[in-house]
Design a protein around this ligand. Sequence first.
Ligand code: SAM
Length: 350
Amino acid sequence: MNNRDIIRRLETEHDLSREEAVFLLNTLGDKDEKLLADAARKTALDQFGNKIYIRGLIEISSYCKNDCYYCGIRRSNRNAVRYRLSEEQILSCCEQGYALGFRTFVLQGGEDGYFTDDRVCAIVRAIKARYPDCAVTLSLGERGEQSFRRLYEAGADRYLLRHETADRTHYEKLHPPQMRFDNRMENLRLLKSIGFQTGAGFMVGSPYQTTENLADDLLFIKAFQPQMCGIGPFVPHKDTDYRDCPHGSLRMTLILLSVIRLMNPNILLPATTALGTIDKNGRELGILHGANVVMPNLSPQEHRADYSLYDNKISTGEEAAESVALLAEKLKAIGYEIAVGRGDYQDNTN
Ligand code: SAM
């Protein structure tokens, strides 16, 4: 086995075995890393040209009934400041976003019982009525089949639910017993079968993660074929038990972005906020390694600091939706442009 052959096979067959994945992630040297990144960038350029899709991220609630051990807004964090946005506030974010050129709104939040199906459906309908040319993405955790169906019928187009880790034992180390690996996977399957453009994903360098776990994440994405895959480094939060764990590495996140791009040429692959948080050039580097989406923050400025998933989470500069011109400049400097329109997943497999 050698990494050149593995990279060549990724490029031509878009495939890799578990053993090859483990070998590559453990042994990739600097020269081959560049080869991998170049191949991934070329694949993204073939698929999307030099266009980067933008999504406006509206963080609608920092209340959460779950207690994910790694997350700053977990239920048992008593220091977390809790807020939730009203329908009017969410619509006002959309209004600002629309004026700035956003044509996808992502409503993300903790699993907050206040946001019943009736409430979320009403919000989705209101956004779709005002902005029929926009896509609505939801990222509100595990809600089950009935809820997902209602949200889809109300007009939601996409749903993001990271699988977090494809390994059951690892999942159990990151979550309390009430959160079931099987439920997470079942919710993901439901989303896809209902018709949502579905996003899965995982953290890089989360506590207890092994290279084998990462290989399984890669194989899971290949088998499940989500329309989007969100990956970013784990970043510790001071009020969690994992406060002293190191953050996931920039290098490994970039390598994984490239491998995911090569395994799944047309997948929507964001350069995430967490990547921009651990390195000031993280977003640009992500794009140069095969990412094609960025999700600037469109939440009301007075609440941004309170959606604190991890320490030092960025929400200013080009991470802020209102600074989309700055983002455009940064992208231009590396040869890319913001795409116009909703930026839907294109199934071009045949
Ligand atoms: N409640 C919804 C859910 O669980 O899908 C959406 C909100 S949740 C906070 C969004 C994502 O944040 C999670 O899928 C997780 O991967 C990421 N996240 C949470 N804590 C993190 C941390 N400490 N470092 C990096 N990412 C984190």
